[in-house]
Design a protein. Structure first.
Length: 181
């Protein structure tokens, strides 16, 4: 049995969903599973279900929830597998997940939508929106007593810096000096 990566499951589901949305109706052939697309037309979702079911199993994904929507509303929602192998509780469409670093992707998407709408700029000082970032300081070292030494940043932080992780923020695990501050 071939191991299927989480990435390939997501890419496969996204490709199928995009195909359904682009065609308005699906060319998938099993009529048993359908959703309703914007405007009320039926979308055959059996192919999506098949891909997602194949992702569940030993040495694969324990459980997953998938949702597909347009600006008109949700047209596909399903849950497969278990929330936990320890408890054996089934995954449901309202299962709660710890998404950790996925908040970066969600926040970045929202920020880029605001850029498209003209409500934010990629290159304007972000301190105009987030006052706590108006006067950033840069760590330059430590004095003899171990106190951090800083200087003003040479330029303002922008949304582009935040989205590309070039604003100068680091985690203590990546920078031993930061752990000392």
């Amino acid at each position: 049995m071939k191991n299927i990566s989480r990435r390939s499951v997501i890419l496969g589901a996204a490709a199928i969903t995009a195909g359904c949305a682009a065609q308005g109706t699906s060319s998938l052939t099993t009529p048993a599973a359908t959703g309703t697309a914007a405007g009320g037309s039926a979308i055959d979702t059996a192919g999506i279900d098949q891909v997602l079911r194949q992702a569940i199993g030993p040495n694969k994904v324990t459980g997953l929830v998938a949702t597909a929507a347009t600006d008109k509303g949700t047209f596909y929602e399903a849950a497969y597998g278990k929330r936990s192998l320890d408890t054996g509780v089934d995954m449901t469409t309202d299962s709660v997940f710890w998404i950790a670093s996925m908040t970066k992707a969600i926040t970045s998407t929202a920020a880029m939508q605001m850029v498209e709408q003209g409500r934010l700029s990629l290159d304007a000082p972000i301190g105009d929106v987030l006052p706590e970032l108006r006067s950033p300081r840069v760590l330059t070292g430590f004095d003899n007593a171990g106190r951090p030494q800083t200087r003003p940043a040479r330029r303002p932080i922008t949304l582009r810096h935040l989205l590309t992780h070039t604003a100068g923020f680091v985690y203590p695990i990546w920078n031993a000096e930061l752990a000392a501050t």
